[in-house]
Design a protein around this ligand. Sequence first.
Ligand code: PHE
Length: 340
Amino acid sequence: MSDSSPSAITAELERLAAEATRKLASVDELAELDRLAGELLGKRSALAGLKTSLGALDPEDRRRVGRLLNDTRAELEAAVTAARERLAQAERRRRLEAERLDLTESLDRIPRGHVHLVSQARDRLEDVFVGMGFTIAEGPEVETDWYNFEALNIPDWHPARGSFDTLFVELGEPEQVMLRSHTSPVQIRVMESTEPPIYIVAPGRTYRADTADATHLPAFNQIEGLVVDEDITMADLAGTIDEFVKAFFGGEVTSRLRPSYFPFTEPSAEFDISTPDGGWLELGGCGMVHPNVLRNCGVDPERWQGFAFGFGIDRLAVMRYRLDDIRELVNNDVRFLSQF
Ligand code: PHE
C-alpha cells in the first residue's frame, strides 16, 4: 500500500472488515472457511501487512491506529469462530437427517389385531342392557357351595346338581369350593349387598366338566340378568327379553318362552329366538326369582318380586354369525378370527 497515512490505514481496516464479513457469511464448507481464515488472519494477510506499515507512523498515531487494528483482528477472529459454529450446526443437522429412522413405516407392516368376537358380543350385550337401564355386576369365578348352589335353592341332595357337571377346586372341605358352573351366584352376591330395587346384568366366565364338541366348551361365558322391584311380573320378564332380543339381533327377530324348570326360579322358562326360516333356537333360561332365594339373601318376598335370566354369550355369537362349531371361538386361528 503506497499511502500509509493514518486515515488511509483506518479506511483500509474498515474495508477489510466489511469484505471479511461478507465473505464469511457466504462460506458453506469447512475447508473453504479454513482457507479464508488463513487469508484474513494469517502471516501474509492484508491485516499483517497493515501492521507492518504502523512502523512509519508517529507514536501517537501508531497507538491509536494500532488499537483499531487489534480491535479489527479480534472482530475477524470472532466472525471466523461464529462461521465455524454455523457450519458445524449445519453439518449436525445433515447427519441427523441422513441417519433418521422412519419407524412409522415398519409399524405399517405389523398386522393389527382387534377385539375377539366373543368380547365384541359381550360388549354389545352390555351396551344393550345399559341402554335399558341395567348396570353391570361381577362376581368371582371360584365360588363356594353356598353361592353356586345352596343359596340358589339347590341343596346338596338336589338332582339338579348333577346337570351342572361341576369342576371342584381342592380347597377347604371336599366339594365345597368350585369353578362357578353358571353366573347365577352373582344374583346372590348382589342381593346380599344391595337393597332393592335391583336391575343388573352380570357377564363372565363359567366352567363345566364338559368335553369340548361342536356345541360345548368346558370354559364358556354367560350373562345373567336380575331384576328385583315391587310389582314385578312374568310380563316384565317376557317384555325385557323381547326388547333385548330386538335390540341385539334386529327388529324382525322375536322371542318366546317355553315352560321349563330351574330350582332358583318359579315359574321357570326357557327362551327361544325366531330364525328367518320360521324356526326357533333356544337361547337361555329364565323365570321369577324363587321366594326361597329372596329369603336366603334377606329380601322379603312379600314386598319384593324379581325375575332372572341367563344365557351363553359364546352360543349367542355362534347363532349370530352362524358358525358350525363353537370350538372355532377358542382355536385362535387368525384366519378365522380376522373375519369378525
Ligand atoms: N343359571 C342357569 C343355567 O346356567 C340359567 C338361568 C339363569 C335360569 C337365571 C333361570 C334364571 O342353566
